[in-house]
Design a protein around this ligand. Structure first.
Ligand SMILES: [Zn+2]
Length: 436
């Protein structure tokens, strides 16, 4: 398999197998002398969307490889390790395709088990994902400290938790790989300061930065909101509406904790109505020692939570006293409950209701069709529907801040549809700082 792009910087070779000129599917190979390491090996949705949809499903990993939707095994030939930045599938990819002699490095392997590995255990559809059975050894990434191969994980904010950038201390160059990251996070639970972290690693600058640019080149209607706008929208919504239902990316622990603290401020209790969010409750309780006694689980869900929690019924509690609660839902689950209720009862009375759709990232998942029909149903049931896209990625106007923190000599744009635009801005920023 030939790389989509190849860079030679002294003795170091960087090969891009996915994520070049496209959002998602990152796969970057770094060759430094006799050392070879790989960063991410995501599914390329740009390719997947062209070949599959409806009843046309992938025949398996061989076919996905043959159309370059996932990396070919030759990419891993001679590689020591694969460093995964986070569990979004356009970065994690199909772990079963990683040769067993390649070590997989991940920020917190426990979370991988609690989320993706658990969710897709029984999946039979390649389009929703396949069971991630793998034969490689998975090890925990070394945080803010170089491991035996000279790679240090740098925790970053993103819509999937945990998420990390990586620094590679090579023989002659230092490389920063951003993974996916946002510079401002909605959570007040923890703060990652990239500048401080790089300082801790003794880095005044890096030689090469491989940086994502998801939010470059967006049409105006898809423009993501800032944390400040998100706060304003939540404040207004919680005051104006009785019933508030929010759908989130189930990996977005940061956004969940934001909703939780906001609901506390407004005297509402969080009711979790999506079993994919259960892991967050468990994580907050067992890993962060947070008191979660004020969180509830919807009793209509068929699977009990892994953590002992109080139940609240959507039908008997939330619909009757909507102003006491905020629903954090998988909209499909919520719809199913409301649709059944609509059929079973003569009249379903839904209070002044709003649904805030905060997921998914457009272009990074194949879920758009689902969202369109969900919206149609919600409107039929009397909901106002708002899309509030809090991006997992830094805003275009924060690119300069990011460059000023990382201070790279050379930029390689990745995970973007607008690499030229990024390069142009990068050159402008660096030329100006040289002059001043
Ligand atoms: Zn991501």
């Amino acid at each position: 398999m030939l790389p989509l792009k190849r860079f030679e910087i002294g003795d170091t070779v960087i090969e891009i197998y996915g994520g070049w000129n496209e959002v998602g599917g990152n796969c970057i190979v770094v060759k430094d002398g006799d050392k070879k390491i790989v960063f991410d090996q995501g599914i390329r949705y740009t390719v997947l969307r062209q070949f599959y949809g409806g009843r046309v499903e992938p025949l398996g990993i061989s076919e996905l490889r043959s159309i370059n939707a996932v990396p070919d095994p030759s990419v891993f030939e001679g590689a020591e390790a694969l460093y995964i930045s986070h569990t979004h599938l356009d970065h994690l990819g199909l772990l079963s395709g990683v040769p067993s002699d390649v070590e997989i490095v991940f920020p917190e392997p426990e979370v991988l088990q609690m989320t993706v590995a658990d969710w897709y255990k029984t999946s039979t559809s390649w389009l929703s994902y396949v069971p991630p059975q793998y034969s490689s050894k998975i090890v925990s990434a070394k945080k803010l400290e170089a491991d035996g191969r000279g790679v240090a994980a740098v925790p970053v904010h993103h819509s999937a938790y945990p998420s990390t950038a990586y620094i590679y201390f090579g023989k002659s160059v230092t490389i920063f790989y951003s993974g996916d990251l946002r510079l401002e996070s909605p959570t007040n639970l923890f703060q990652h300061n990239l500048g401080e972290y790089l300082e801790k690693l003794g880095l005044g600058h890096v030689d090469i930065a491989i940086v994502e640019g998801t939010n470059f080149g967006f049409e105006i209607e898809n423009f993501p909101v800032t944390v400040q706008i998100l706060q304003d929208i939540f404040a207004t919504t919680l005051l104006l509406y009785d019933l508030v239902a929010v759908s989130i990316d189930p990996l977005d622990l940061e956004l969940f904790t934001f909703i939780y603290s906001y609901s506390q401020t407004f005297g509402r209790r969080v009711v979790v109505a999506s079993k994919r969010i259960y892991w967050i409750l468990k994580y907050l309780r067992d890993f962060i020692n947070m008191d979660i006694s004020n969180m509830f689980v919807a009793s209509e869900l068929e699977t009990p939570p892994p953590t002992p929690l109080d139940f609240a019924s959507i039908i008997h509690d939330v619909l009757k006293n909507p102003r006491e609660y905020i629903l954090v839902v998988d909209l499909i689950n919520l719809l199913e409950i409301l649709r059944k209720l609509r059929l079973w009862t003569e009249e379903i009375s839904i209070p002044k209701a709003v649904a805030l759709l905060t997921d998914p990232e457009p272009r990074e998942t194949p879920k758009e069709v689902e969202e369109r029909v969900v919206t149609k149903w919600l409107k039929l049931l009397g909901f106002d529907v708002y899309r509030v896209r809090l991006s997992g990625h830094y805003h275009q106007h924060n690119f300069q801040d990011l460059i000023n923190i990382v201070k790279p000599k050379k930029l390689i744009p990745i995970h973007t549809e607008a690499p030229q635009q990024m390069m142009a801005i990068f050159e402008k920023i660096t030329n100006r700082s040289v002059q001043s």
